[in-house]
Design a protein around this ligand. Structure first.
Ligand code: GLU
Length: 488
């Protein structure tokens, strides 16, 4: 058999098993399959491989769909819209697998497994004792009889040979005899195995590019022997590089912070950022650009830029990327984002209240890249200056070059005069009112005590931003409070 040629309309698929968790590796596979289909004007299919009823977790199918939708990977055909296929759920397609199984029986290439569990176990134990791999074909029964649908149906692998095939990422691959066996194609419960079902579905759905992880390479000879027996053309194989932990050495694990995709949503990662970040794990279009928005990712995507070797999952990079995307949100979107974590903290009233709140949102997003970081900053007291009362000791007002805190008093008094006459419509107008005086007396000499007067903290945003967000009234009252403290 030959591989499909490259001139057909591209059809890709993501074929998860509904086992409950949308791990990053699976999501990245879905993304690449989606990007290739969209780039080539082709079709992207979501197929649910639910043939192992013992591993199925309730709610998974919904979870998978919600995850892909959130990431913006809309499928052309899927469980909710199978289109011309009768279903995109393997459990609905048992008759189809049976039809293909019967074809193999008719060709003398499938037979029922007559052994009991105990007999099989004994064969396995013997192989272990003899220090050789267990191969069912060495126990192929002479007279298996007719398949009545209740026994497992096995493939009678016709030829034990070495297979060679081409992988569009890895190049020429080969594997052989040791992988070929009389594998089960239909289980005793009537469901097909993955090995069998995915081949039939990929064929019937016209899948041109089978994109998946490297764990399937070693099984490929099995698949190829089945394609041959079924007289089905091989699809194009695209093996995606593994996702490594941040050190690039070990495979990504939960310990490296790998979470279910939707947990990233609840942590405040934007789907565009997540998509951009995942696309760059194991793919790189070259050049220094790393931000590819919307359609750009699709336009840039190409198979020849998929790497062979593993790509690192670096959470710091994800944070950086999320920040880049957060910056581009509209004021309304920023408000929705920030206020989902700060329902009661970031409330302001008075003149320019709406603009001041926007400025507060900008400030929060300059300093944090996700919900947890905003929450953490609030818990660490970084926004306590928004409270009506602030507490600090008078000596904090002392600038490091001054001998005594009283040196700050005349400067704060003059600042008070300037602030009373200042235009409070933006941090810049406030700065304009104070700047000539700061240059006259020394920047640290004025700005340090002023900033402490407004925030009560060693570290905080600059005094102009603080004054703007706090508003004229609060600013003036805080500077007065500082003057009173020094005077006491
Ligand atoms: N159901 C398989 C899995 O979740 C799909 C593998 C494939 O893409 O062929 O691992």
């Amino acid at each position: 058999m030959d591989h499909k040629n490259n001139t057909q309309q591209v059809v890709t698929r993501f074929a998860p098993s509904p086992t409950g968790f949308m791990h990053i590796g699976g999501v990245r596979t879905a993304l690449f399959a989606y990007l290739l289909a969209k780039k080539e004007g082709g079709t992207f299919i979501l197929r649910i491989e639910d043939t192992d009823k013992n591993r199925e977790v309730e709610g998974s199918i919904k979870h998978i769909q919600e995850s892909l939708k959130w990431l913006g990977l809309d499928w052309d055909y899927g469980p909710d819209n199978p289109g011309e296929f009768d279903s995109c759920l393997q459990s609905d397609r048992l008759d189809t697998y049976k039809k293909y199984a019967e074809k193999l029986i008719a060709k003398g290439l499938a037979y029922p497994d007559p052994y009991t569990k105990e007999e099989l176990e004994a064969f396995r134990e013997q192989a272990q004792k003899d220090n050789r791999p267990f191969l069912y074909r060495q126990h192929r029964p002479d007279n298996p009889g007719e398949w009545d649908g209740t026994q497992p149906l096995r493939f009678k692998v016709p030829e034990i040979k070495r297979y060679e095939w081409t992988d569009l990422v890895r190049g020429k691959l080969s594997a052989g005899e040791e992988m070929l066996d009389d594998i089960i194609i239909i289980k005793a419960d009537g469901y097909p195995t993955y090995n069998f079902a995915h081949i039939i579905d990929d064929f019937e759905m016209g899948v041109t590019h089978v994109m998946r992880g490297e764990e399937f390479i070693s099984s490929t000879p099995k698949f190829l022997s089945l394609y041959d027996a079924l007289e089905i053309e091989y699809p194009l194989f695209v093996t995606l590089p593994p996702i490594m932990g941040p050190d690039g050495k070990k495979k990504l694990s939960k310990r490296d912070g790998a979470k279910d995709l939707l947990e990233y949503r609840s942590d405040g990662y934007l789907p565009e950022a997540m998509r951009n970040f995942l696309a760059l794990i194991g793919w790189n279009p070259g050049g220094n650009d790393e931000i590819f928005r919307d359609k750009e990712l699709i336009e840039k995507f190409s198979l020849d830029k998929i790497q062979k070797s593993g790509g690192a999952f670096n959470e710091e990079k994800l944070k950086w990327m999320n920040k880049e995307y957060l910056k581009t949100l509209s004021p309304e979107e920023k408000a929705t984002y920030v206020s989902s974590v700060t329902p009661s903290t970031f409330k302001l009233s008075g003149e320019f209240a709406d603009q001041r709140v926007n400025s507060l949102h900008d400030l929060a997003l300059e300093r944090a890249s996700n919900f947890n970081e905003i929450k953490g900053a609030i818990e660490a007291g970084e926004y306590d200056w928004l409270n009506t009362d602030i507490q600090y000791t008078t000596d904090l007002l002392q600038w490091k070059n001054d001998d005594d805190v009283t040196a700050a008093l005349p400067r704060l008094q003059q600042a008070l005069n300037l602030l009373e006459a200042a235009d409070f419509s933006s941090p810049d107008t406030i700065k304009e009112a104070l700047w000539p005086f700061a240059e006259e007396v020394g920047k640290g000499e004025l700005l340090w005590p002023l900033r402490v007067a407004l925030s009560g903290r060693q570290q905080s945003p600059d005094p102009f931003t603080l004054a703007y967000i706090l508003g004229r009234e609060m600013t003036i009252s805080r500077v007065k409070q500082a003057c009173d403290k020094i005077g006491e």
